[in-house]
Design a protein around this ligand. Structure first.
Ligand code: NOJ
Length: 553
């Protein structure tokens, strides 16, 4: 490890590029924390804010530049925080407002940016706004939510009806997601103002931005018209997994693109603030959310198509080519392979750590933003928790579906599987908590997959992450540089250069299991190899199977 860091240090000297003109979030690295599962400081089996504060040194030492937190606002926790009942307060199981302020200050003190999750599409049905809205047809918040006498045929995004009866009003309200998450009515200007004020409140506390939950659902068709009937399964976006119904009436409305621009204006008044949108959509749709050619909408949108990646050089080459074509500067692709909703990448890699290392190498050397879910850096895997025991409301909804069926589709319907506690040590509860019972079980593989053991193993995925994150942070070409695919590689090899000014690095990735002889430019030498010993011979280099290297002159 010492050797690797020394080699990298030599590589950094004099090489930190001058700042470019793009905002900081254009090429940052993001670490996603699911607070309930990160670190439990008070022994109640649930992660909390003080626990996270204790682990900030770890995150900083790895070299992440930005930390994004899934929600910890006040909430009945039926969707574990994505059902908010007070946008300005903190759920007591996670801590207090003072803890949140301390978290912001401590993150900044370590030179990192901090981003919260903002759920604008819906509130909890226990939010006082909804309680008031549902109480009568005439109260002051009567049209803060979407009400109708006559439901149309829309389905919720997770399947099943999205209209729910309310006897107090003898009407139905719309919920794009689960019934206890009623959608707000943004056609009422008071709603927009209230939510923009909530954003302003947190930005004024020093926050560096938001990850925006379901931002493409904000507006619904103004006349609530039925979607076109479809007799076949309709896939509305690559990798979205939602097919059975059309979604036109409540996704990607023109007013929602406009909303993205307004929100950007709100945030811009606080300086450069990150807005990272959750949008399942094609590249043109994503471009609309980014503000089209003017690039004055959201700063970033996840490129979710890669959540269902194929482990092949040709897949990653085509992915990078399409992202470079459709999101050149001043746009930035967002590379994301796992999150709190979808299977961990390790599951899609059949538990193969060597493949996980190569995937991470790719992710952290591409242009744009790498967004990594907690535990990816140590190679955590999903834990198959029976649907019948699910705490996740989606798992509960689909508890009768046999698991083998969803396995066939390479998915899980129980998000508990991928939200298990962070594995810090090989000890009790993986060092996550001292409680007799943790909110979700700790994966039994914490006996070998954990931070403590991997920290002292120079060949671990954790130390690879550390090296690459530091390179990304300190090397101009890797941080800002444009990416050009290098054609003509042997089968199974992906190669690209990253270049800014007169700084250039070349990245080589061998997705095959066989050693490949790769042509390299004269005088280029590895500054970091996944496996030491990939020796250049003149203008070629033998890159071992599943190996990767960064070369420079
Ligand atoms: C998307 C979030 O990522 C997911 O976790 C949540 O359950 C839904 N939106 C509803 O807010």
């Amino acid at each position: 490890m010492k050797y690797i860091l020394a080699a990298c240090f030599a590589f950094f000297i004099g090489k930190v590029a001058a700042q470019d003109s793009l905002p900081w979030y254009h090429n940052t690295t993001v670490y996603q924390i699911y607070p309930r599962s990160y670190y439990d400081s008070n022994g109640d089996g649930i992660g909390d804010l003080q626990g996270i504060i204790q682990k900030l040194d770890y995150i900083q030492s790895l070299g992440y530049e930005t930390v994004w937190f899934s929600p910890f606002y006040t909430s009945p926790q039926r969707d574990f925080g994505y059902d908010i009942s007070d946008y300005l307060a903190i759920a007591p199981e996670y801590g207090t407002l003072a803890d949140a302020q301390q978290l912001i200050a401590e993150t900044h003190r370590r030179g990192m940016k901090i981003v919260f999750d903002m759920v604008m599409n819906h509130t909890s049905d226990e939010h006082p706004w909804f309680k008031e809205s549902k109480s009568s047809r005439t109260n002051p918040k009567a049209d803060w939510y979407i009400w109708t006498d006559k439901p149309n045929r829309w389905h919720s995004v997770i399947g099943g009806g999205g209209w729910h009866y309310c006897k107090e009003r003898n009407q139905y309200y719309w919920a794009s997601f689960l019934p206890f998450q009623p959608d707000l009515n943004y056609r009422n200007p008071e709603v927009k103002k209230a939510m923009f004020d909530a954003c302003r409140h947190w930005l004024a506390q020093g926050l560096d931005g938001f990850r925006l939950d379901m931002i493409n659902s904000i507006y619904k068709d103004s006349l609530l018209r039925n979607n076109a009937a479809s007799r076949r399964a309709v896939r509305h976006a690559p990798g979205s997994g939602k097919f059975i119904h059309t979604v036109k009436g409540y996704l990607n409305q023109p007013e929602t693109f406009q909303f993205a621009k307004e929100l950007r204006t709100v945030c811009d008044s606080f300086g450069d603030r990150m807005l990272l949108g959750e949008v399942y959509g094609t590249h043109p749709v994503v471009r609309e959310f980014l503000g089209g050619d003017k690039n004055d909408g959201l700063g970033l949108v996840f490129n979710f198509e890669m959540l269902r990646f194929k482990y092949k050089a040709s897949y990653f080459r085509k992915l990078t080519e399409s992202l470079e074509r459709d999101f050149p500067d001043p746009f930035a692709p967002v590379y994301v392979f796992s999150n709190h909703d979808r299977r961990r990448s390790m599951k899609r890699l059949d538990g193969d750590m060597a493949r996980a290392k190569l995937l991470q190498f790719y992710q952290l050397t591409t242009r744009g933003v790498s967004c990594m879910y907690y535990g990816e850096e140590i190679g955590m895997s999903d834990l198959a928790i029976p649907y019948k025991n699910a705490l996740d409301p989606i798992g509960q909804k689909y508890k009768k579906v046999p698991r083998w069926l969803t396995e066939l589709a390479d998915e899980t319907l129980n998000r508990d599987d991928l939200r298990t506690p962070m594995q810090w040590t090989s000890g009790v509860n993986g060092g996550f908590s001292t409680a007799a019972k943790t909110w979700l079980p700790v994966h039994p593989n914490h006996d070998t997959i954990n931070v403590a053991m991997e920290s002292v193993d120079s060949s671990s995925i954790l130390n690879e992450a550390r090296t690459l994150l530091h390179l990304h942070k300190n090397n101009g070409a890797l941080h800002y540089g444009k990416l050009s695919i290098l054609a003509g590689q042997p089968r199974g090899v992906l190669a690209y250069s990253r270049q800014v000014g007169n700084e250039e690095v070349i990245v080589l990735l061998n997705f095959s299991r066989k050693t490949k002889k790769v042509a390299i430019p004269d005088k280029y030498r590895p500054v970091y190899s996944l496996y030491a010993g990939d020796k250049p011979e003149g203008t070629s280099l033998n890159l071992r199977g599943l190996g990767a290297a960064i070369l420079s002159k």
